[in-house]
Design a protein around this ligand. Sequence first.
Ligand code: BGC
Length: 370
Amino acid sequence: MKKVLSLILALTLVLALAACGGKDNTPPADTKEPADTQQPADDTQKPADAQQPAEPSGEKKTYNIGVSIYQFNDNFMTLYRNELEKYFGELNSDTVEYKVNIQDGKNDMAEQTNQIQNFITQGMDLIICNPVQTSSADTLIDLAVDAGIPMVLINREPLGVDADGNTVDESYPGIVDNATVCYVGADARQSGTYQGEIVAALDNKGDMNGDGKVSYVMIIGDPENPDAQYRTEFSIKALTDAGIEVEELTAQIGNWDTNQGQQIAQNALNQFGDQIDVIFCNNDGMALGAAAAIEQAGRKVGEDILLLGVDALEECQQMVQNGTMTGTVLNDHIGQSHKAVDVAVQALNGESIDNYYWVDYVKVDASYFA
Ligand code: BGC
């Protein structure tokens, strides 16, 4: 009898809940009510139902935003992530609150896919994603689009369309097919070009040992990432475009990581010695490692070797100023994170968004500080 009673009780509860309305399936972007029916009970957040008096105008709106960063353990993305969170915080007011939940993708695609799935289950109003693998971004985009949740991709450009919006991979559905998906980033070709131009502008055009050509070591971020591909290609293109003869001594993958950058530079310095004119690094993280290896090898930046990075980390800006680094390129984490947040807010307000937003790089060599 007890069992029957509790069964009836459970059934009544289920029916009562169903009568109150289940999950709102309309996309959050174009509705005035955030999809917060799955949030923990909080009277101020509950959508007004028929029995209650109409919501007083000016009631605070809460938006839940899920953010997945490819890996917390990354110099540049740490700056980016902190600025993103800070800027959302600055936009909080008496009328609106942005609740930001930031997850570490741990450089693991399965982990990140799981996070995106959880964001969807939790009824997030918007997802910001820094993909672990750009080639798998379409899977994440599909998940968000199917759930009707706007998605802002950052920092790692999903393959398929180049910075001019031209389709480079027909098989890839791309961002352009989806009105609620966009990418906010910087055109990595520009950063590569700036690295090369810094070298080409020197009196000796980068030929430190005077053998008539620029022999270089290339330390690559990760081969799958367009930032790494374009920086590798366009830094050298800027030299050859300036009529400079080049020779690649070695090109190796350092996974954006300082220790790996140091190891690669150390091995190259041992193997090639004075033949090396320039060490190009796809980012400053690896350039910091290379700088340590250069010092250990008794070489002097600006005198017998050149060192280039990208990001313009605070530390590297100081090194450019004191001459222990030839140059870097400002990867504007402030401009990019603010743009990502501004676009997110636009989407949350139901306004239309573009598919691509580009933020400029800035060349940072000695003249930048003059
Ligand atoms: C930055 C790197 C960073 C990478 C992460 C690049 O734009 O230059 O420092 O490791 O993004 O995706």
